[in-house]
Write a protein that binds this ligand. Structure first.
Ligand code: ADP
Ligand code: MG
Length: 699
């Protein structure tokens, strides 16, 4: 009876049409299945109470127990509020409510003992709680659960319809009574035994009403495992299917590449670069279409890997393109690679939004005839008029800025054989996230910087020390170096206030350094203006670059050795790391100076401390993931992968690895899921909604 869980909630005892509609509208709950899978977001642990004297600002929601007194309603109209105090043996906690005061007046009593639950904040050294939950202390009934579920609900449901967490808990309890006999196991007996998993029905019971924390842990593990297992199974199946069906061009010959390597390339490759090039070459010889993600920290030398891959294509009569997220970066790639291409007698072109119509026409023609071997550009090269004779390889630099739709456009550029795809990113995606988002891509990592790089020295300075910082900048510039000063201003959503900050900053820098030339680059300038300023800086005609985050991605000026970041607290951690990566590219000692005011939130402090402590991009990405949550990272929220019910990619890396290994093992021994022991898995995967998790191929 698979449809049981699709039954509408209005049919649940005591719900009815009106409440069902509210649940739908407010909490997105439609069916029995929705409700049973809306797990509590936390539990009240009736065994854990804090002493009031131990409360402090940085605590999450906590529980204290004490006698209520001094209950009072203050103010009139919109300012009306209820205040009270609760005291335990260690101290006093002030409570305040701004909403539902009339209702609270009826139920809150002085001298009653309460359990108070909320988020403590400190005010003048005294602890306070706004809008705490109160519960009268009653005799604990023997055998009753000590862990009470707390469900998310909305203000509207709570205040106007009395559907609070407890009401939801009652609904869930009623539902479980009739639902548990209907629950089918979704994992195979083998998996359950091998990983010591709780069965599905028990897990559902225990996740809502845990008997103790041990059983809760087991229930959680089971449900997370199942969730991640099916994500991985789906991704791996897609990858396997793609591998058998999609042919790719073979690039086996490498004469130009050997010549380049022996006679032109100005440095030796690092071991990591060699390894990655070998991965790519193997893919090129396999006759199947490559879909590879190349991760490498800023400055690890991905561009040369891209170019070498493009040489392999050229050596075998195929064209290639390299797509960058900004014009500045496209220009820079083009300028750098053109030097090599010219020496090799290969034709390389640049196509961006500012390419003139006449030049464009010539370019289009050369691409169609095959005369042009390589094309570097921005998203302008996605336009339908851009046609190739035989596009064999597409490379995307800093791919997280590209949407899925744009990727699929690149695929369509060759109607005969889908081009190989190499996606490069300097945003070190934490392993857990990469495995989920790119579970169907092959991944290569450059985990080594070219020899001779000195680690960047990172320091934190308060705004009040600006004069000293400026003195340091002056010394560095006199030594022949160049300096970036970056202001927070997001290209797309720049506000007037941010713009003013930048301009004020520019003026104060200009006043402080009359003896130096200063560039400025921001999102309100035209591409041409930006480029001209950037070029002046690259040529060392200007010594200081005042800029917004437009310089964030990929820009390479080896002589720039100091990065000053203003209002550091307004940047995300990964973004700070990206910005820092703009320096440390030459032989000189480089510095990153993080400026901020004195008032910093806890998260800002963590971000700054992390930056000062480590240069390791993967470590930084992991911390960033923990601070922000995966949904916020690099636009991944559009992926749909992250609509997880219970698993948390930031925390459940180990479960993810295990579930992935389990999925791999099953597909290895039974690719079609035909064997009898895998029928539960097959049934379940077929019942899952068809929202395919698919970043690599949209067609
Ligand atoms: P990213 O991975 O951030 O894109 P780039 O490709 O821009 O890094 O490389 C950063 C700098 O390091 C460039 O100036 C590049 O020429 C240089 N480089 C790359 N590989 C090596 C190497 N193996 N040895 C020395 N320098 C290298
Ligand atoms: Mg780069």
């Amino acid at each position: 009876m698979t449809n049981f869980f699709q039954t509408k909630l209005e049919y649940l005892r005591g719900v009815g049409l009106q409440r069902a509609q509210l649940l739908q509208k407010e909490l997105n709950l439609f069916t029995y299945g929705d409700l049973i899978q809306r797990y509590p977001f936390r539990y009240l642990d009736r065994t854990q109470f804090y002493n009031i004297c131990d409360l402090h600002d940085d605590m999450p929601y906590v529980q204290v127990k004490g006698i209520l007194r001094g209950r009072e309603v203050l103010g009139e109209g919109p300012k009306k509020r209820m205040v009270a105090k609760v005291a335990d043996a260690s101290g006093e906690l002030e409570l305040v409510w701004f909403k539902g005061v009339n209702y609270l007046e009826k139920i809150i009593r002085n001298h009653q003992e309460y359990i108070v639950f909320g988020k403590p904040t400190m005010f003048n050294g005294r602890p306070q709680m706004a809008h705490p939950e109160l519960e009268e202390v009653t005799e604990q009934k023997p055998g009753q659960s000590y862990l009470q579920p707390v469900y998310n609900t909305s203000e509207k449901l709570k205040n106007y319809h009395r559907i609070d967490s407890k009401a939801l808990a009652r609904m869930v309890a009623d539902l479980l009574k009739i639902a548990l006999p209907q629950v089918q196991e979704t994992l195979s007996a083998e998996l359950i035994q091998h990983y010591g998993l709780m069965d599905k029905a028990t897990a559902l019971q225990q996740i809502h009403f845990p008997q103790n924390s041990d059983l809760l842990q087991k229930a959680r593990f089971r449900l997370k495992f199942e969730e991640l297992f099916y994500v991985q199974l789906k991704l791996l199946r897609q990858r396997d299917q793609r591998k058998v069906t999609l042919a790719g061009q073979i690039f086996k010959e490498v004469p130009t590449l050997v010549h380049f390597y022996k006679n032109i390339m100005p440095f030796d490759l690092t071991g990591a670069q060699k390894r990655v090039i070998h991965d790519i070459y193997k893919d090129f010889c396999a006759g199947q279409q490559m879909n590879r993600l190349l991760q490498g920290d800023v400055g690890s030398g991905k561009t040369i890997v891209a170019f070498i891959s493009m040489l392999m294509a050229a050596d075998n009569g195929a064209q290639s393109c390299l797509m960058a997220p900004t014009e500045i970066l496209a220009d820079q790639h083009y300028t750098g690679l053109k030097t090599y291409a010219d020496m090799l007698g290969l034709k390389i072109g640049l196509l961006t939004g500012s390419t003139r119509t006449a030049a464009r026409r010539v370019l289009h023609e050369q691409l169609r005839s095959g005369e042009m071997h390589m094309l570097v550009g921005t998203h302008a090269l996605l336009e339908d008029v851009v046609q190739f004779k035989n596009l064999g390889l597409t490379i995307m630099d800093e791919q997280h800025r590209f949407g899925v739709a744009q990727r699929s456009k690149l695929w369509q550029k060759n109607p005969h054989v889908i081009p190989h795809v190499l996606v490069m990113t300097a945003t070190p995606i934490p392993r857990t996230l990469a495995m989920t988002l790119y579970g169907d891509l092959d991944v290569s990592v450059i985990d080594e910087l070219p020899a001779g790089r000195k680690p960047i020295v990172t320091v934190h300075r308060f705004d009040s020390n600006r004069l000293k910082v400026f003195g340091f900048l002056r010394d560095q510039i006199r030594l022949g170096r160049q300096v970036y000063i970056v202001y927070p201003l997001i290209e797309e959503s720049e506000t007037m206030a941010d713009y003013k900050d930048l301009m004020d900053g520019y003026e104060s820098v200009a006043r402080a350094f009359p003896e130096f030339q200063i560039s400025i680059v921001h999102g309100r300038m035209t591409a041409g203006e930006k480029d001209a300023e950037m070029q002046r800086f690259i040529k060392n005609e200007t010594q200081i670059m005042v800029a917004t985050t437009v310089i964030e991605v990929g820009v390479n000026v080896p002589n720039a050795s100091v990065m000053v970041i203003e209002s550091t607290e307004r940047f995300g951690l990964s973004q700070l790391h990206q910005l820092r990566g703009r320096v440390g590219r030459g032989a000189e000692q480089s510095y990153c100076i993080l400026m901020s005011g004195y008032k910093l939130s806890k998260d800002s402090r963590t971000r700054i401390e992390t930056m000062v402590r480590t240069n390791n991009g993967f470590e930084i990405a992991d911390i960033d993931l923990k601070l922000r949550g995966p949904g916020d990272l690099m636009g991944t929220q559009q992926s749909g992968v992250l609509d997880l019910l219970i698993a948390d990619l930031a925390k459940d890396g180990r479960i993810l690895s295990e579930s992935r290994a389990a999925a791999q093992a099953i597909l290895h021994s039974d690719p079609g899921l035909n064997q009898p022991q895998n029928q539960a898995i097959r049934r379940h995967i077929e019942s899952l909604p068809a929202t395919a998790v698919n970043w690599s191929r949209i067609s």
